[in-house]
Design a protein around this ligand. Structure first.
Ligand code: PLP
Length: 394
């Protein structure tokens, strides 16, 4: 075979979520789209805000520059980064400047730049389960080892003591995804402070920085008055990764950024390395049009109400049917305890009712399943009798 052995393995184990999504499309052909309840993918159904569309049209039709589609610095347009830095500063009291930000190809592109910049073969990245399964690939891309701290199924907050025991002199960084995919849990300030203390201690012990990689595409999607603590303000050695995929419903446009505070260790070296990584990974730079669009849309808000309505309907229905569900405070996922030990059997049984869910094993947390409620309210309403039948089977 022409492809490498390593790639053959990756193809064989290719994303369960994507596979599920494709199966959903097949089922929709077979049974009719209105009879399939696809809760598998985090593809936001809330419409792109009109202001975003208007900004794109405006840039394309009125901006007097033939360079809208041109190359620019690998880190992105200076004026765009300056605007986003000012926006972060206004929100969080930080002191970012344009040079502290790098525009990226979404959060996925951002994290690949981070791991390309930090990892040598055998270096370790620590993550708390449950976690976004693609991290396995992002870390493996650069020969790193992903070390998983098992889920704290009490309240799904990361366990700082377990982190202390997991750090070795090979640890380069710790991923924190808040609000969390797949649980919808928002990590508290207390949790983040405890992690900060552990890192400080560990850095003194092992003699080099251990960075937090704060992966925050769901930052604005929070409910019931909860807010996610801004990690860079608590832990200076934080590489902050943001994406507009979820907040502005733009996952296909591939736009996000990295930010690194001036107090971070080896700031200038790291910014230089991240910028080169953006180029040599073949991204070259983040998409030019959408760099400009997001800079014009810093005040556009995510449609939190759209998801909150879905969250309430499904949470009430599923708990009413006696499913054990973690109450989500953020993102747009429900994490449901499987009524059978083997959650893949539960996922298969749900599929018989045309309900598509993702097994928790994908997220390093067997015994649970993930339901993505970033779908239309009408689809959820139509799915309710199917959930009743599913509950009756257990
Ligand atoms: N991180 C998490 C936790 C996600 O859930 C996702 C997408 O679902 C990503 C990163 C990738 O996002 P992006 O589209 O910005 O690359």
């Amino acid at each position: 075979m022409i492809i490498s052995e390593n790639m053959q393995q990756l193809v064989a184990g290719s994303s369960v979520i994507r596979k599920m999504f494709e199966e959903g499309l097949e089922m929709a052909k077979q049974f009719g789209a209105e009879n399939v309840y696809d809760f598998s993918l985090g593809n936001p159904a809330s419409p792109v805000p009109q202001a975003v569309t208007d900004a794109a049209v405006n840039i394309l039709t009125t901006e007097n520059t033939g360079m809208v589609h041109g190359y620019m610095k690998n880190a992105g347009y200076d004026d765009v980064r300056a605007k986003l830095a000012a926006h972060l500063n206004a929100q969080y009291g930080t002191d970012y400047e344009a040079g502290d930000l790098i525009m990226t190809v979404g959060a996925a592109g951002a994290m690949n730049c981070v791991f390309r910049a930090l990892l040598a073969a055998g270096d370790e990245v620590i993550v708390f389960a449950p976690f976004f399964g693609e991290y396995r690939n992002y870390v493996a891309n650069y020969g790193g080892t992903l070390k998983v701290i098992p889920a704290n199924t009490e309240d799904f907050q990361p366990d700082a003591d377990a982190l202390r025991n997991a750090i070795t002199d090979k640890t380069k960084c710790v991923i924190i995804n808040n609000p969390n995919n797949p649980t919808g849990v928002v990590y508290s300030e207390e949790t983040i402070r405890a992690i900060g203390e552990v890192l400080k201690e560990a850095e003194a012990r092992i003699g080099h920085p251990v960075f937090i990689v704060a992966d925050e595409p769901y930052r604005e999607l929070v409910y019931d008055g909860v807010t996610a603590p801004f990690i860079p303000a608590i832990i200076p050695n934080t590489i902050y990764a943001y994406s507009y995929s979820k907040s502005l419903s733009l996952p296909g446009e591939r736009i996000g950024y990295l930010a690194l505070g001036k107090d971070a260790a080896e700031h200038d070296t790291l910014i230089g390395a991240l910028t080169v990584a953006n180029r040599i990974l073949g991204y070259v730079n983040a998409p030019s049009l959408f760099q400009r669009v997001v800079a014009d849309c810093t005040d556009v808000k995510a449609d939190v109400a759209f998801y909150d309505r879905n969250r309430k309907l499904l949470y009430e229905k599923l708990t009413g049917l006696k499913f054990e569900v973690i109450k989500p405070q953020g993102a747009f996922y429900l994490f449901i305890k499987s009524p059978t030990k083997d959650e893949t059997a539960f996922v298969a049984r749900a599929k018989e009712e045309h309900i598509l869910l993702v097994p928790g094993t994908t997220f390093g947390c067997p015994g649970y399943v993930r339901l993505a409620y970033c779908v239309s309210y009408e689809m959820i309403e139509r799915s309710l009798p199917a959930f009743e039948r599913l509950a009756a089977a257990y």
